[in-house]
Structures are given as structure tokens and as C-alpha cells.
Design a protein around this ligand. Sequence first.
Ligand code: NDP
Length: 266
Amino acid sequence: MGNPVAHSKSPFIHQLFARQFQHRIEYSAIQVDPGGLPQAIAQFRAAGGKGLNITLPFKLDAFRLADHLSDRAKVAGAVNTLKFEPDDRIFGDNTDGIGLVHDIELNLATSIKGKQVLLLGAGGAARGVLGPLIKHHPARVVIANRTVARARDVVQLFSGQVPIEACSFADLRGKHFDLVINGTSASVKGEVPSLPATLYTRDSLAYDMMYGERPTPFLEWSALHGAARVSDGLGMLVEQAAESYFVWRGVRPETKSVIAALKKES
Ligand code: NDP
């Protein structure tokens, strides 16, 4: 459920997952009007629904609607996965962060441990990925945001676990990072955060949580400014879906062939 959902790739992804286990599932995209999430969920449940994904702009509403939450959803303050339990309670989880970390560590073969990590943005997506990122022991995490106060708020939630600091984009001048993750929505508007040109080293990976048919503006900018490798968020999308599938069905789908199928499709 989300708005808009017409171009969602999730129904395709979940059908490929179900085929791996010969599960019979129905998974379709449901467009929900603003303010209509509680009613849409109730209808879905009455029609026999077992669980669902929640996407923009309803992740905070879903957080409030869940009867109980996973630790990672509590930390993220947002929910992208709901499961109806046998005792009628609604369980809320957030699989975005683990999706990002799996894509970076497993699909892109890049260890986060000991790395200098820059996370751009301080919205729901950035907040959702920080907990799982920190669990992989980066040497340091810097959160840079257009509105610095929001980055400071996020840092406060995670301070004491690894060296972590908040700053503006301009404050990044003269600093270098092994991994730069774009968790802003700038790419949606065809924009790139105003970053200094010297962020990258010879081995740096630039990662955009957004994906599309073409490289995002952030990835084009990064390739031009010295990033050794760039990746969009298609792998994250598939990995977060796999984790949701695990929450619902108790089995973890294989993801590499699904990512390949999606790339072939686009
Ligand atoms: P939010 O609206 O919660 O936050 C948006 C963030 O982007 C804020 O930090 C905002 O800064 C910043 N921002 C917006 N425009 C600009 C700009 N022009 N320049 C610099 N910073 C800007 O959005 P979300 O956090 O929910 O989503 C962010 C992105 O992550 C989206 O593109 C979304 O598609 C993607 N995403 C991908 C997933 C995947 O599976 N691949 C999963 C989840 C999200 P400020 O605070 O100053 O307003």
C-alpha cells in the first residue's frame, strides 16, 4: 500500500520469490488515499489478507497502527512491513535497513566494518538504515543534511554506539569517505545535494537508495567526481522485499536471480 504505487516492482519481485518455494501467493499494489490507511488495512484484512508492505507516504502511519514492533522498527520510527498474527494483533517491522546492508555487503561485496561512512539525508529512509549500518561496525558515520538540525536529532538517537556526527553539506569540504549513501530524495527531483567535489577516494563506493531506468543524478555526479564504483538502490529494494517475505513466510528467498531479472526487464 502506498501512493503512488502504479510503477511498483514489488508484485513482480514477490511472484519470483513465491515461485522459488512453490508458494501460492497474491501480492498486488494497492493505492491508498491520504488518511485512508486504517480503512484500507481493515478492508484488506477482512478480505483475507495476511500481511503487507507499506511504502511512501504511509510508513509513519503504519508505525502508529501496529500493535507491537520489532526493535529495528522502533529504532527507525517507521514501518514498511505489517503482519497479521493469529491472536489478531498487527506486527510492524522495518526491513529497509537490513535490505541496504545486505545489498552492500553481499551483492556488492563491500564490507562496512572499519569504513568511513557518509550518509546523506535525515528523513525516514536515512533513519531506517542507520541501526543496521551501525551493527556492521563502521569506523565512523557522518550524517550530512540540508537541514542540519534534523541530522543532529538523528545523531542523538544513535550516539555512543560508534563515532557519529552531524554536519552540513558545506562542512564536508576536505573530508573523504569509503562509502557515501544518498538517503535524500533529491534524485526524485533530478537534483544532487550540493556536495564538495573531493569526497571520494580511489576505492569509494557511491550508493543511491533511489533507482530508476537511468543512473540517478547523484550517481552520475559521483562517477564524474572520482567514485570508484556506483550503485543504485534496486538491490536494496529486492533485499528488503526478501526480508519481508521471511517475516511473513519464515523462509528467505534467493535474491541474485531476482535482481538480474529486474535489470533485464528495465
Ligand atoms: P523524506 O521525505 O523522509 O526525507 C527526505 C530527505 O531528503 C531529507 O533529509 C531532506 O532534507 C532531503 N532532501 C530533499 N530534497 C533535497 C535536495 N534537493 N537536496 C538535498 N537534500 C534534499 O524521504 P525518505 O527518507 O523516506 O526517502 C528518501 C529516499 O530514499 C527516496 O528517494 C526513496 O525513494 C528512497 N528509498 C529507497 C528504498 C529502496 O528500497 N531502495 C527504501 C526507502 C526509501 P531536509 O531535511 O533538509 O528537508
